[in-house]
Design a protein around this ligand. Sequence first.
Ligand SMILES: Cc1ncc(COP(=O)(O)O)c(C=O)c1O
Length: 152
Amino acid sequence: MALDGIHGHPDDVVVTVGSQQGLDLIARIFLDPGDVVVTEGPTYVTAIGTFSAYQAKIVHVPMDADGLIPQDLVETLARLQAEGRKVKLLYTVPTFQNPTGVTLNPVRRADVIEICRRAGVLVVEDRTVSRHQSRSATAWHGWPASSRRRCN
Ligand SMILES: Cc1ncc(COP(=O)(O)O)c(C=O)c1O
């Protein structure tokens, strides 16, 4: 974790047998039936299956060559709120995204975290692929602790 720029206390770490188990634990702990999980569109297909298994609804936010589009995230959250739907999580793969391979632009990272902080939406950053691909891609450690969770 320190190599990823994360200096957490051992008490903050939960060891799992892979990202998939981490996602399953997050879903089990945080999701209630009918909750919405917002994700990049498209996203890692098995994560969709995991969240769906807990009866969450998946809502996709469009991406472009710089990753998740913050204005579309704002509009999606506003629409869902107006519909009375509970958005629990943003599940995001911001670095070497699966399946697109796109990496979220640094300016947008700050925008996305601020949008989610204001909306009270927990952010789940999945760094599985980035960790395999590159040690130089640091984690999203600038995020406020209140909204920061890691998978694996
Ligand atoms: C974005 C993403 N998350 C999670 C996983 C699964 O990781 P693990 O094998 O550690 O469960 C993959 C595997 O390809 C992935 O691409």
